[in-house]
Design a protein around this ligand. Structure first.
Ligand code: HEM
Length: 189
């Protein structure tokens, strides 16, 4: 057993935890899109907060271990550069689910006792939250393909872009009227 093996184990374990965060965000945003009451909304916001508490650590562990692996045994082939750029995109896409926006939504929901006012419901159901969740999931799956297959840079680039686009498109399609989790007001956006 080498240090490389242990760091690869740490990298893959961190990736699993990172995807646990993606799943939690997915459930929470889907839950927020389906509720108009403060009680369930508080529970889903709490789920987002828990994900935001461990997600950044997992992402940085993925990066740290990935950089070690890259420096130790690889001379920066294209697929690793694509993985690095995708990691940055993954972090940026997550901003609406973790940063100031989440704190503001949390405070607003906790201040409401019963049925949420329409403006707050609209904010909790902003399409870009749903789009961020699904685009991130697709991008993440694209990166797993890149890491496992280690294709040439162009193929790696296409894989992650296709993954992110597939996630984004499913978010757009599942926001249409007549679909599960549909909210007519989103059509205007
Ligand atoms: C979204 C972010 C990432 C995900 C989902 C991810 C996923 C994975 C997975 C599943 C593996 C195991 C592949 C295998 O053993 O065949 C792996 C390996 C690896 N990853 Fe990542 N990774 C990510 C980010 C990064 C970053 C940012 C770097 C470097 C800068 C990196 C560098 C590596 C390297 C060098 C390996 C070693 C492959 C080997 O020895 O077979 N990864 N990654």
């Amino acid at each position: 057993m080498t240090v490389y093996n242990v760091v690869l184990f740490a990298h893959i374990t961190s990736v699993i935890i990172m995807f646990a965060g993606v799943t939690a965000d997915w459930l929470a945003v889907a839950g927020l899109r389906g509720t108009r009451d403060a009680g369930p909304a508080r529970a889903w916001i709490r789920t987002l907060e828990i994900s935001a508490a461990f997600g950044p650590w997992a992402r940085f562990a993925v990066l740290g271990a990935g950089l070690y692996l890259a420096v130790d045994a690889w001379s920066w082939p294209g697929w690793i550069i694509v993985g690095l750029i995708s990691w940055v995109a993954f972090v940026i896409l997550g901003e609406p689910l973790t940063g100031r926006e989440l704190r503001e939504m949390g405070a607003a929901v906790r201040a409401e006792p019963g049925t949420l006012p329409p403006a707050l419901i609209a904010r909790l159901q902003l399409p870009r939250l749903w789009q961020a969740v699904l685009a991130r999931a697709g991008l993440g799956i694209g990166v797993v393909f890149v890491m496992a297959v280690k294709p040439p840079a162009a193929v790696a680039g296409v894989a992650v872009v296709l993954g992110a686009l597939a996630g984004y498109s499913s978010a757009r399609l599942s926001s249409r009227p007549g679909r599960v989790g549909t909210h007519p007001r989103e059509e205007a956006r």
